[in-house]
Design a protein around this ligand. Structure first.
Ligand code: PLP
Length: 478
């Protein structure tokens, strides 16, 4: 699409919106300005293409389409069928998966679909078979009661939260923790790396129904072949949540033992992080789980979002182009340059570096909590998020870590030289910030001191760094 066409499309859309509720049009415009001006290092965010964004803003949003392609509970779904089938085909081809389900509205929803597909396959189906009935409505009250108890009595083993796992991998505040009896595997305190022998030991002791691989804040590759062997050795279903690193799998940076798709029974992902698509989720699986996965809606999902499935099809088509592999490699090159820039200036990094898209800084070395560091960086125009580090003494709210990632800045075109400059800006802010005190003089985990003039200066330097790499260069709203 020409730059003119992009500008015309977005300007016209805003004009139409402005005629109804100008404050919404203004907020949309302001969001573009904010995104253009901030040095976005949030590891889970990216910038979707104009084509992906435009595919979401249309009348597909008006259509109900419960069910799956060709098997809908609603009439008139032929065009939804087209985009859903396209998105699934692109996903299968891109990841080499046997089956793809593109309806989940988010990563959490994709995980719920996966959990219930495994529970249906491994717990519900055998119970129906034993009772010699076809479906749950045919069970006696007593058999139904027993099955519900059994469904609620299953075990999951996943990576601990402070080692980088995700809340949806069986933790109590999330519904997954209320559904499953959960145990965690952590990382080696000395190296920060996954200790596969310890995972195997935990699996032997706990005998989970599901072994979960995948993370939100682990800066290293994971060997999925070994995790599958562990799952097999205890009869567990092996599930991988690749929400964070799907773009690196799509771009063939993670191959062989580090590509989850050939090893896992079921793989979930978001589509909006390193994969650079619309906000949403997806499930890939082996053929034996396909029927159960396809029951995601209305089992745990509300009606599918056809406009988002259309955008998924566009983004997945983009990810199948050769330049996406180049993009994925640059994400990792940039993360490594950022890590080296920070290390050479004296920062402490969890695991001492990275081989994916993210870097986890232990900011206790700067005398700060994650909360203080996050706010000081934000004051200086650098957007990051605080994150626990392994065995974090400050808990999940204040934390001792800052997680930074490169997918978004890499999309803008920044390279390794700019990553070194970014490391300099981050290091300057963190060394110049000091922990604050509460009114009674006790140390605060939230308050901090940073000279406002210095914060402004860094923010200007961050803006200068971005000036050469305009975001959405084809879109001019003025
Ligand atoms: N799984 C992992 C590993 C994640 O990091 C996240 C989001 O941060 C999710 C699932 C949830 O994704 P969503 O916010 O789309 O529900």
């Amino acid at each position: 699409m020409s730059r003119n066409a992009e500008s015309t499309a977005f300007r016209s859309a805003l004009e139409v919106i402005r005629a109804v509720e100008p404050r919404v049009a203004d907020a949309i415009g302001a969001e573009l300005t904010d995104q253009r001006e901030s040095l976005k290092l949030i590891a889970s965010e990216n910038y979707a293409s104009p084509a992906t964004l435009l595919a979401m803003g249309n009348w597909f949003s008006d259509k109900y389409a419960e069910g799956t392609v060709g098997r809908r509970f609603y009439a008139g779904c032929q065009n939804v069928d087209t985009v859903e089938a396209l998105a699934a085909e692109h996903a299968r081809e891109l990841f080499g998966a046997a089956h793809a389900y593109v309806q989940p509205h988010s990563g959490i929803d994709a995980n719920l679909v996966a959990f219930w597909a495994v529970l249906a396959d491994r717990v519900e189906s055998p119970a129906l078979k034993k009772a010699q009935v076809r479906q749950v409505n045919d069970l006696t009250e007593a058999d139904w009661f027993a099955l519900r108890r059994e469904l609620g009595n299953q075990r999951m083993l996943g990576m601990s939260l402070d080692a980088g796992g995700h809340l949806t991998h069986g933790f109590r505040p999330n519904i997954s923790g209320k559904m499953f009896d959960q145990r965690s595997y952590g990382t080696d305190p000395a190296t920060g790396l996954i200790d596969y022998d310890r995972v195997a030991e935990a699996a032997r002791e706990f005998k989970p129904l599901i072994l979960v691989g995948g993370y939100s804040a682990y800066p290293r590759k994971v060997n999925f072949r070994i995790l599958r062997e562990i799952a097999d050795s205890v009869g567990a279903t092996f599930m991988v949540d690749m929400a964070h690193f799907a773009g690196l799998v799509a771009g063939k940076v993670f191959t062989g033992d580090f590509d989850p798709v050939p090893h896992a029974h079921i793989v979930t992902t978001t589509t909006h992080k390193s994969l650079r698509g619309p906000r949403g989720g997806m499930v890939l699986c082996q053929p034996e789980l396909a029927d159960q996965v396809d029951r995601g809606c209305p089992m745990v999902l509300g009606g599918p979002l056809p406009h988002v499935m259309a955008a998924k099809a566009v983004a997945l088509a983009e990810a199948r182009r050769p330049d996406f592999a180049d993009y994925a490699q640059r994400i990792v090159d940039n993360a490594q340059a950022l890590a080296e820039g920070l290390l050479s200036r004296g920062a402490t990094l969890v695991t001492g570096g990275t081989d994916n898209h993210l870097v986890l800084i232990d900011v206790s070395g700067y005398g700060l909590t994650g909360r203080q560091a996050e706010q000081a960086l934000l004051d200086s125009g650098i957007v990051t998020n605080r994150n626990s580090v392994p065995q974090d003494p400050n808990g999940a709210w204040y934390t001792s870590g800052i997680r930074i990632g490169t997918p978004a800045l890499t999309t803008r075109g920044l390279g390794t030289a700019e990553m070194d400059q970014t490391a300099e800006l981050i290091h300057t802010v963190l060394t110049q910030t000091t922990a604050g005190a509460n009114a009674d003089g006790t140390p605060s985990k939230a308050k901090y001191n940073l000279d406002a003039g210095l914060a402004d200066k860094i923010a200007r330097q961050a803006t200068d760094l971005l000036a050469t790499y305009p975001l959405y260069p084809g879109i001019d709203l003025s």
